[in-house]
Ligand binder design. Structure first.
Ligand SMILES: C[S@@+](CC[C@H](N)C(=O)[O-])C[C@H]1O[C@@H](n2cnc3c(N)ncnc32)[C@H](O)[C@@H]1O
Length: 275
């Protein structure tokens, strides 16, 4: 009796999958994933933001719709809304093709804050040489892109100032300014610490620093240097579930135990993502 029931259940499910039943296909995906990548954590697919036309048009423009970074892009888009009432300029350290800077400038425009200057810091020669703390995932020169690509992608924004060079060489040129929002995305410990230290001191009350690499096992040095820097300050990083984290200047934050840290170090030593 039992095997017949199972076979008919299996056939019914297969028919649903073939007919294009979305729920049946999702369940099949989960079954396959449990076999192929047992520790991978899926989430419910009922996300309203997946249907946001404005945001999807932005992802399409940067050819990121099918990529693995859409959650982090969405989080950045939302976090930018926190600084509507905060004075100061905006900055990005690690610009690559300009996709996050585009969002930063776009939200400043929505907020009628287009008079904020947006400073972009990048070598456009990719990453510098990783230190021991960075593990073995990254290599010098990774993520190189032509400066012209970023310039072309940001051309519609008149307030963008290119500060091309190795971080922190050109920071002094903005030393007298204050900032409302800073995005740090340079993957390695030293330029992250240089950027965090410089901009933390110049962040207006209520201003936000987002670091794209915080909490990612591919960038163990980034998490370590930021936590070290903030250990003597009232604000701490809030780690986002899809990677990345942020802090708000002047907002005291509870310190949690971090069991992930040992895992970061172990996977960095192995030079790959945790299984
Ligand atoms: C992950 S990409 C940035 C991605 C970008 N935020 C985006 O939205 O797509 C890292 C960038 O950091 C830059 N970079 C890394 N280390 C740097 C350093 N020490 N000085 C200047 N630029 C650096 C690289 O050239 C690269 O463009």
């Amino acid at each position: 009796m039992q095997p017949v029931k199972s076979v008919s259940k299996f056939l019914a499910r297969t028919t649903n999958v073939i007919r294009g039943d979305r729920q049946a296909r999702f369940r099949l995906l989960l079954v396959l994933a449990r076999w192929l990548a047992p520790n991978y954590r899926f989430k419910w697919p009922a996300m309203a933001w997946w249907n946001d036309e404005t945001f999807n048009a932005y992802l399409d423009a940067f050819e990121e719709s099918g990529g693995l970074n859409t959650d982090r892009r969405w989080n950045l888009y939302q976090l930018l809304r926190l600084v509507d009432g905060v004075d100061g300029d905006t900055a990005e350290c690690g610009v690559y093709k300009g996709s996050s800077s585009y969002l930063i400038c776009e939200v400043s425009t929505y907020a009628q804050r287009a008079r904020r200057e947006h400073f972009v810091f990048d070598s456009f020669e990719g990453l510098s040489a990783p230190d021991e703390i960075d593990g073995v995932y990254w290599r010098r020169g990774d993520l190189t892109v032509a400066e012209e690509t970023a310039r072309a992608n940001l051309i519609k924004f008149e307030n963008v100032r290119f500060m091309t060079g190795w971080i922190p060489e050109r920071f002094e040129e903005v030393a007298n300014r204050s900032f409302a929002f800073v995005h740090i995305d340079v993957d390695l410990a030293q330029p992250t610490l240089d950027s965090f230290g410089f901009f933390y001191d110049r962040l207006s009350p209520g201003g936000v620093i987002v670091c794209d690499d915080y909490g990612c096992t591919t960038c163990p040095g980034v998490t370590a240097v930021i936590d070290g820097f903030l250990s003597k300050r009232p604000e701490k990083m809030l780690a986002l579930s899809c990677g990345g984290g942020f802090m708000i200047k002047g907002v005291r934050t509870t310190t949690l135990p971090s069991p992930a840290r040992a895992d970061h170090r172990a996977s960095a030593a192995r030079g790959r993502l945790p299984a």
